[in-house]
Design a protein around this ligand. Structure first.
Ligand code: GLU
Length: 310
């Protein structure tokens, strides 16, 4: 479907303007690096399934991908194990609890329920076939780059900041292991998961990542089919159920698009067959979702009239 470029330009410009007056939220501070990213940064971008790119604000500022990386690792795990095994070995349900909740595990006999919370994401990392941590990591980075359509790199600074403070995730990795939901060495899975979160990406690259899902697994800029087409609906379903953590239900109700956020301040949303939308701004609300990025994505979707449920 072709959209009028002028209408998209106007929509992202207005979304950015509206967001600048939003003052709420606070940078994530449990990862020391994230606490010092300038809070005023704001960006929004759209990449269409045909490959047209629109951007506004600080769209070339690189920030930590964090949990949005869970989407591409889920895609890899799906390619390897298939949808039925992912549902059984990780899950396809919302947790209704915070992204790093131990209670969520306790309530379900140690099953993570979703590959888009920390527990399920570490399980997904552990499911990938690899001889060692380096190979596991390279597979993950490769797909992130294919979806973003650009070379991406690990930030040593973010990685160091996260690896030296990720005790809670290490605890979760051992709980998964004891419950039978960890499929490689738990500390290897946690270490590689932490690296995958520490990759730097900018808002335009993130919109391309989302557009790859919108274009049924084909990156619309490189024209490469980088995901198995048949798995894309499963990825979008997982995003709908858990992509915005505890706010996923509210988001489905009010915006109606599969989405994923990260504590680095990024948010992506997918309009299947049409476009990927991405936004970035560091301050987060109590659920761990960027205040301004959510508002920008919601504004673009509403101005352009996109919701799955319309
Ligand atoms: N690296 C972060 C963590 O594991 C990612 C969390 C997020 O973005 O939601 O806590």
């Amino acid at each position: 479907m072709q959209q009028d470029p002028q209408v998209i330009r106007q929509a992202i410009g207005q979304a950015l303007q509206e967001s600048l007056s939003l003052q709420g939220g606070k940078n994530a501070d449990y990862i020391p690096f994230l606490a010092q990213v300038p809070s005023h940064l704001s960006a929004v971008a759209v990449v269409t399934a045909e490959g047209a790119v629109y951007q506004a604000g600080d769209s070339s500022y690189p920030f930590a991908i964090e949990s949005i990386s869970k989407v591409s690792t889920l895609a890899l795990a799906l390619e390897e194990a298939g949808p039925a095994a992912i549902k059984e070995k990780i899950g396809a349900d919302p947790t209704g609890l915070p992204f790093n909740s131990v209670i969520a595990l306790e309530l379900h006999s140690g099953k993570p329920l979703s590959p888009l919370v920390n527990a399920g994401a570490m399980s997904a990392v552990s499911l990938l076939k690899a001889n060692d941590a380096e190979q596991r990591w390279q597979r993950i980075l490769h797909l992130q780059q294919q979806m973003a359509g650009s070379a991406l790199a690990l930030s040593e600074e973010v990685n160091q900041s996260e690896q030296s403070t990720n005790f809670h995730n290490r605890g979760i990795a051992w709980l998964l292991y004891s419950a039978g939901y960890m499929y490689c060495d738990p500390m290897e899975a946690c270490e590689v998961y932490t690296r995958q979160c520490s990759v730097l990406i900018n808002t335009t690259q993130l919109a391309t990542f989302a557009a790859t899902l919108a274009a049924r697994g084909m990156n619309p800029l490189t024209r490469q089919q980088v995901l198995r087409k048949d798995n894309v609906p499963c990825i979008l379903a997982e995003m709908t159920m858990e992509g915005m953590y505890g706010a996923s239900g509210d988001w489905a109700y009010s915006v109606g698009l599969p989405a994923k956020s990260g504590v680095g301040g990024g948010v992506i949303a997918v309009v299947p067959g049409v476009m990927g939308i991405a936004a970035f701004s560091p301050p987060l609300d109590n659920e761990g979702n960027s205040v301004r990025a959510q508002a920008m994505v919601a504004s673009v979707a509403s101005q352009l009239g996109y919701s799955l449920y319309r």
